[in-house]
Ligand binder design. Sequence first.
Ligand code: B16
Ligand code: MG
Length: 211
Amino acid sequence: MIKAVIFDLDGVICSTDEFHYEAWKTLADRLGIYFDRKINERLRGVSRMDSLDIVLERSDKAYTPEEKLELATEKNECYKKLLMKMSPADLSDEVRETLLALREKGYPMAIGSSSKNTKQILKNIGLEGFFNAVSDGTNISRSKPDPEVFLCAAEYLGQKPCDCLVVEDADAGIIAAKRGGMSAAGIGPAAEHPEADYRLDSFSKLKEILF
Ligand code: B16
Ligand code: MG
């Protein structure tokens, strides 16, 4: 039985994919490394440092850990500037209404995101304080597909993993949810993932699963 819901942030609650793409593309161009939207798709749900390793796969140069940290910081500074454009208008009516309906039904809800910018994004889109718990890139040491971020979210909610439904747009997130012993609903690119228990063609379809 599903008693609580854990939402991924980027690609589920809101869309920051384009900002991530622009920031990684700016960095890759400066370094003279080829980068396109197909490569960007591989970064979905993947932590910042793991994403950098994917971006650098096409580089001839070997970077030291210190240099990599500088590059990741450079990308993040660019990304944070782009995030400043986000406002409550970037939360769709469908997502807002569905979240309110779930809250009305009494479902405890948490965020389970790889992003260290989670709290800033939630603030920008007007969802600061909305969720019962937030587990993100700042409280984990292992990135999706490791289940750590979702297990922490379940713990913060005081729920057993088997009672939680994870909503994810990334293959790495579906794998993480299943490894953590949770149910998984795939949306967008993850809707086709073979391990997904539910396939959502829209966010509001969650109500059909939960009501
Ligand atoms: P940051 P999610 C993920 O968020 C993004 O999908 C992924 O592209 C990004 O690299 C990762 O967060 C880390 O983000 O650089 O802001 O810490 O989908 O898990 O909500
Ligand atoms: Mg995502």
